[in-house]
Write a protein that binds this ligand. Structure first.
Ligand SMILES: Nc1ncnc2c1ncn2[C@@H]1O[C@H](COP(=O)(O)OP(=O)(O)OP(=O)(O)O)[C@@H](O)[C@H]1O
Length: 253
């Protein structure tokens, strides 16, 4: 059984089938890309995976447990965290605070801990601070941990978003267009960075329009068009797939 199994998921908005019986299988430690023309249904699929949308039909099984239709916070706790197409950091908070916010999702404080700032509370806070620094170190942002997020260069903001997703303890990271708005140097750096995440054991699923990134980084690719899966396979197979080429060339983008 695959680590993440997406079985025949469907999302209907009124008369529109935005995602139509799409199935995916993702193994631990893979980098999977989901591609397709604008409006294909990629973001809707991510929104179902992360609990933003309920499913009209289908199932999502993570590590043998159904997670479809759980609230987003429960899905993060189950081990699946995301970044967004448009960066959503807390700009007026410091870099380390952005990471600490992500970590709170898995911290269980009781009423007395919070009220009396117990020794347990202080120890947990100190531990979390340490882990946050380690995450930032691993991501190359330790020296900027006291900067305000909004003052970081664009590439660093993307990294910080990923750091925040990691800080939730997630094993699967869903990255929504991580290379959007990056210059070739930045996207090259990002590519290497995502590979290091995979080497550390993370499973990565990304939506990406930059074909250079997709072809260089993916173990496997799924292609969606008009809500339907039209192809899946190795990058070399996808690059030569007639249906995929038609789906892209058939649009004026
Ligand atoms: N909340 C919604 N209500 C109604 N229709 C929606 C909603 N969200 C998405 N859609 C429609 O579903 C279809 C798929 O959209 P989606 O954003 O998932 O595509 P996409 O592949 O992510 O596109 P892009 O690459 O442009 O981000 C589109 O026709 C879109 O207009």
């Amino acid at each position: 059984m695959a680590f993440l199994e997406v079985k025949d998921v469907t999302k209907q908005f009124g008369g529109l089938l935005a995602v139509d019986k799409v199935s995916l299988e993702v193994n631990k430690g893979e980098i999977i890309s989901i591609i397709g023309p604008n409006g294909a249904g990629k973001t809707t699929l991510f929104n179902m995976l992360t609990g933003v949308y309920t499913l009209t039909e289908g199932e999502i099984i993570l590590d043998g447990k159904p997670i479809h239709n759980l609230p987003p916070q429960e899905i993060v706790k189950a081990g699946l965290a995301r970044t967004f197409q448009n960066i959503r950091l807390f700009g007026d908070m410091r870099v380390i605070e952005n990471v600490l916010v992500g970590m709170h999702i898995n911290t269980e404080y009781n009423f007395f801990d919070l009220l009396f700032r117990t020794k347990r509370f202080r120890n947990l806070e100190r531990e979390k601070h340490q882990v946050a620094i380690e995450i930032l170190d691993s991501i190359g942002l330790k020296s900027k941990m006291h900067n305000y997020a909004t003052n970081l260069p664009y590439g660093d903001q993307r990294r910080l978003e990923i750091a925040r997703a990691i800080s939730t303890d997630a094993q699967i990271l869903l990255l929504d267009e991580p290379a959007a708005g990056m210059n070739p140097n930045e996207s090259e750096e990002l590519l290497n960075f995502i590979k290091t995440l995979r080497d550390k054991g993370y499973t990565i699923i990304l939506i990406e329009h930059d074909m250079n990134v997709v072809m260089n980084i993916s173990d496997r690719i799924y292609v969606i068009d008009h809500g339907k899966k039209i192809a899946e396979g190795l990058p070399s197979d996808i690059a030569n797939n007639k249906r995929v080429i038609e789906a892209y060339l058939g649009r004026s983008e």
